[in-house]
Design a protein around this ligand. Structure first.
Ligand code: SAM
Ligand code: SF4
Length: 387
């Protein structure tokens, strides 16, 4: 069974595969659009609590552990927590802004945590755009230097970029940076509200033309490079959600087909122990100060409702026709926006229509192509729809 098949089966059987752990909301940057709710207060989980949580996750058969935040490196016990996660044999990913990850710290990350991947964030193709977002002068230059250092330590790096009104004209430069540094790249066209519902970040949502430009550029790249470059277009994620968890599974013998893995293959945990179906769906299904993850998972009263909703979302999106597969509809985001996880928001429909058009353009060009190019494009066609 390959990993794709494992994920499909896990989705049907509610087998938890991935946990995203927000270690802290502290941060050494100050991004204008940051979705974290900095007013949240609570008792932070202790290192011992993280350790027993990880022990439980291991017992439950979880494979992926994502350390995020805030800035995970700002947690005072980051290394103790990260090294313990690695010792439990999870595939550890570190979602970091990269600002502090250099020199001795970078070397320790490689040696002590040995992450499967560093996921970092780039906010523009030029310094002024990136630094405008982070509100820390010099952060762009420092990030590029740091990424080169991680690469020289043999670390795998994925650059995540959220498309905004500020950076939508710099897509080409962003790809050039990823290519030059031999990193994967994913550009996500959705700016989300803050976790407390504040919609101020949406002020810098990309324009329609910006989104179209991104997908046309990616389609063009697919045609020209046949996905050979390291920054080949990656499947777009649903906002912050792990794209790997978002593929719909066929109906199993006992479970319904689901739109996404929220609360079935994935969960997110905030620094105060609250457990959510996904990082974008801020409806607590329990707290680790009160119950272990094993007990939360066994008590299905909350989870079953989430799972039923994701099954209903699958039917809802089927009703959107061809554009449905490109809409990256997120029930969690719908819940934040309207209180109703099944209310399709406009940006999702618009995105579906724009991407469908861009990809139809890709297949429409086939008549004039050489057979070699047509072969490459069919490879592109197979990979592009995996959203
Ligand atoms: C909250 S950060 C945590 C990890 C780390 N501090 C970083 O910035 O990479 C996770 C990701 O969410 C992105 N992000 C933050 N606020 C966002 C928003 N309102 N809309 C879309 N993406 C956002 C960041 O750029 C980053 O890639
Ligand atoms: S670096 Fe990450 S956590 Fe920090 S402000 Fe920016 S998006 Fe938020």
């Amino acid at each position: 069974m390959n990993y794709g098949q494992i994920k499909q089966r896990a989705l049907v059987e509610d087998q938890l595969l991935s946990a995203l752990v927000e270690l802290t909301y502290r941060c050494n940057l100050d991004c204008y659009f940051c979705y974290n709710d900095l007013s949240l207060k609570g008792r932070a989980l202790s290192v011992e609590q993280y350790k027993s949580f990880f022990d439980d996750l291991e017992q439950m058969g979880v494979m992926n552990l994502i350390l995020s935040g805030g800035e995970p490196l700002s947690h005072p016990d980051f290394f103790a927590i990260g090294a313990y996660a690695r010792a439990r044999n999870f595939m550890v990913r570190i979602k970091s802004n990269g600002h502090a990850l250099r020199g001795e710290i970078a070397r320790r990350v490689a040696d002590e945590i040995d992450p499967f991947m560093i996921d970092t964030s780039l906010h523009g193709g030029i310094a002024s755009t990136h630094d405008r977002q982070t509100r820390v002068p010099g952060s762009f230059e420092r990030l590029l230097k740091n990424i080169a250092e991680w690469r020289s330590l043999g670390l795998k790096v994925k650059i995540n970029c959220t498309l905004t009104r500020w950076n939508e004209h710099e897509v080409e430069q962003i790809f050039e940076i990823a290519d030059r540094l031999q990193c994967q790249l994913q550009i996500d066209p959705e700016v989300t509200p803050r976790d407390d519902g504040d919609i101020e970040p949406l002020d810098i949502s990309p324009t329609q033309e910006g989104i179209r430009g991104l997908y046309e550029f990616q389609a063009q790249r697919a045609r020209e490079f046949a996905f050979e470059g390291p920054a080949a277009p990656q499947p777009a994620t649903i906002g912050r959600q792990d794209a790997d968890l978002m593929k719909a599974a066929p109906a199993g013998p006992t479970q319904q087909r689901k739109h996404c893995g929220a609360g079935s293959t994935g969960i997110a945990i905030d620094p105060f122990g609250d457990v959510f179906p996904c990082v974008q769906w801020r409806r607590s299904i329990g707290n680790l100060h009160e119950r272990s993850i094993i007990d939360i998972w066994k008590d299905r009263s909350e989870l079953d409702e989430i799972r039923r909703t994701t099954a209903e979302a699958a039917v809802l999106i089927d009703g959107e026709g061809d554009r449905g597969q490109y809409m990256s509809f997120c029930p969690g985001l719908a819940h934040t926006r309207s209180g109703d996880p099944l209310k399709i928001y406009d940006s999702s429909r618009r995105r579906g229509a724009i991407i469908l058009e861009a990809y139809q353009g890709l297949s429409g060009a086939s008549k004039v192509e050489s057979s070699e190019l047509a072969d490459r494009k069919s490879e592109a066609g197979r990979r592009l729809p995996v959203l």
